[in-house]
Design a protein around this ligand. Structure first.
Ligand code: SF4
Ligand code: SF4
Length: 209
């Protein structure tokens, strides 16, 4: 092979890729971040440069992707059985926390980053619900053991990964307000897990009848 031909071949390959990227951009003008198109460009059919233009572009995460845990709550319902929405936050209002404050998650957590305070009745007796619930998200190693061992399906692993902040001592100690997310959110990000839980619940109900 003539001297330098390999180098030229390499440059030709790179230049073709760059050119195809611009062709693709013009071809899909205004639709670059369209979900369907993005998937196509990231698939084997895609051409051009494959770099994900984060944060404008984000790759979809798999269902079992794990970052930090969240607590699942059942929403408060209106007279038609629809979830009540808090106008201040736009979130579904809390009807009932699924968590019973049993403490299993905090016992099995390898780095011990879960802290739970159980609620009390006016007579001072323990109630099966948490008054406070904290997770230090910088110590959490995203193992998912808490979600795995929870007997009430009330703690699940979230997909949100953009957690950077300017300090950690306040904003990275997630309290019950930050950790709580509605069951509809769990159903949305974990459809397979949710369907299995619903099937199990329906089977238990049917057994009781
Ligand atoms: S294991 Fe589940 S029910 Fe028990 S304290 Fe943890 S989240 Fe709550
Ligand atoms: S994911 Fe693992 S480390 Fe994080 S809170 Fe749950 S058990 Fe602890």
């Amino acid at each position: 092979m003539a001297f330098g031909l390999g180098l030229l071949n390499g440059l030709k390959y790179t230049a073709t890729r760059v050119f195809k990227t611009y062709v693709g951009d013009f071809k899909h003008l205004g639709r670059r971040y369209d979900d369907k198109l993005f998937k196509e460009r990231q698939s084997v059919k895609g051409s051009g440069i494959f770099t994900v233009q984060y944060p404008e572009e984000k790759l979809p995460v798999p269902e079992n992707f794990r970052v930090v845990p969240f607590l699942v709550y059942e929403p408060a319902l209106d007279e038609n059985g629809k979830p009540l929405i808090d106008p201040a936050t736009g979130k579904e209002m809390i009807g009932k926390q699924k968590c019973t404050a049993c403490g299993i998650c905090s016992k099995v957590c390898p780095p011990q980053c879960i802290w739970i305070v159980r609620a009390l009745t006016p007579e001072g007796k323990p109630k099966p619900q948490p008054a406070e619930f904290y997770i230090d998200i910088d110590i959490c190693m995203n193992c998912g053991s808490c979600a795995e061992f929870c007997p009430f399906d009330s703690i699940k692993m979230d997909h949100v990964y953009e957690l950077a902040n300017y300090e950690r001592h306040v904003s990275h100690i997630y309290d019950i307000g930050v950790l709580s997310k509605p069951a509809s959110y769990h159903a949305k990000i974990h459809p397979t897990d949710w369907a299995a839980e619903e099937a199990e619940r329906a089977a238990k109900e049917a057994k009781k009848k």
